[in-house]
Write a protein that binds this ligand. Structure first.
Ligand SMILES: [Mg+2]
Length: 312
């Protein structure tokens, strides 16, 4: 698929969900905007993570589709983390999640029964705030964020809620897109018009195009950002998987050779992990490809993980 086709796909958004195939096609259409994948693997099957643990010094886990689905921990995830800890393996969670602070994320893991330490979690929200100044300095940012987000973890950045009924979009020198929970096609039309009239820096805190939910796939900030780029020519800065900044932070203090990234999504977890020099493990039972032939998507994309397993 070429970019003009992608534009058609994007403009066809009317509902707030997409099919898995449409999401996959869209990921393929934006491949030129993603990092180059490193050398692919052989997609060798393995029964579970502990069966390959001896080959690694540690693991970077995606969260959604690997450790949890929504508010439910995946069966065996807590035991797997415990067993890896007993073996002295390094554990990091690298998640494209920008709606909640790290503190809220940790509380969620505790609720799910997953023992996770504060320094083990790297969210795309943290990565975004750490790089805001590299995108543009001294701006007043209008944020597209979850209801009630007060950005207390954004150090001294000047951020206001663009979706507050009293907000004046003209006050935004830049746009920071953190959550699509309150976003609509109508608001996207307004944003396209505003950015076309007065181009401004756009920063995106969650590069995912979609997220699997019980009701289907929801459209995430990355999807809207690429649509915005197609229609205005303004190139957003995206932070989180598969882009390198997230991996640089998550891999701090480790050499990639003996570490693997585990995820359910080829174009974020696996491609990003390969680009960062990590081994990669695709989990197929709980996330984007749940209930589908994941091998078909691996072959179609050419993004081939080192190992494929149904669940950790
Ligand atoms: Mg995932």
């Amino acid at each position: 698929m070429t970019l003009p086709d992608a534009r058609m796909a994007a403009s066809a958004i009317g509902a707030d969900t997409l099919t898995v195939d449409a999401a996959f096609d869209r990921y393929e259409a934006i491949r030129p905007r993603l990092p180059e994948a490193g050398a692919g693997g052989q997609a060798g099957p393995a029964p579970d993570l502990l069966s390959v643990a001896d080959d690694y010094d540690g693991f970077l886990f995606d969260s959604f589709g690997v450790l949890n689905v929504g508010e439910t921990a995946i069966a065996g995830a807590a035991e797997c983390l415990e067993a890896l800890r007993r073996e002295g393996k390094l554990i990091r969670i690298l998640t494209n999640a920008a709606s909640y602070t790290s503190k809220a994320a940790l509380e969620k893991y505790r609720r799910l029964g997953l023992e996770v330490a504060p320094d083990e979690v790297v969210s795309s929200r943290d990565v975004t705030f750490a790089h805001l100044d590299s995108a543009a300095t001294g701006l007043r940012w209008g944020a597209i964020a979850a209801e009630g987000d007060v950005f207390e973890d954004a150090s001294d950045a000047d951020i206001f809620d663009l979706l507050d009924p009293g907000a004046d979009w003209e006050d935004a020198d830049g746009i920071i897109f953190m959550s699509s929970a309150r976003w609509t096609p109508e608001l996207q039309e307004r944003l396209v018009a505003e950015i076309s009239r007065r181009p401004r820096p756009v920063v995106v805190g969650n590069p995912d195009l979609v997220a699997p939910r019980e009701s289907g796939l929801t459209i995430e900030p990355g999807y809207w950002a690429h649509d915005l780029q197609d229609r205005t020519g303004v190139e957003p800065r995206l932070f989180g998987k598969p882009y390198p900044e997230a991996f640089t932070i998550a891999c701090k203090g480790i050499a990639p050779g003996r570490y693997a990234m585990i995820g359910d999504t080829l174009h974020t977890d696996i491609l990003g992990g390969q680009a960062a020099g990590l081994d990669t493990i695709l989990v197929t039972d709980h996330g984007l490809f749940a209930g589908r032939d994941a091998g078909r998507y691996v072959r179609a994309s050419g993004i081939v993980p080192d190992i494929v397993m149904r669940s950790i």
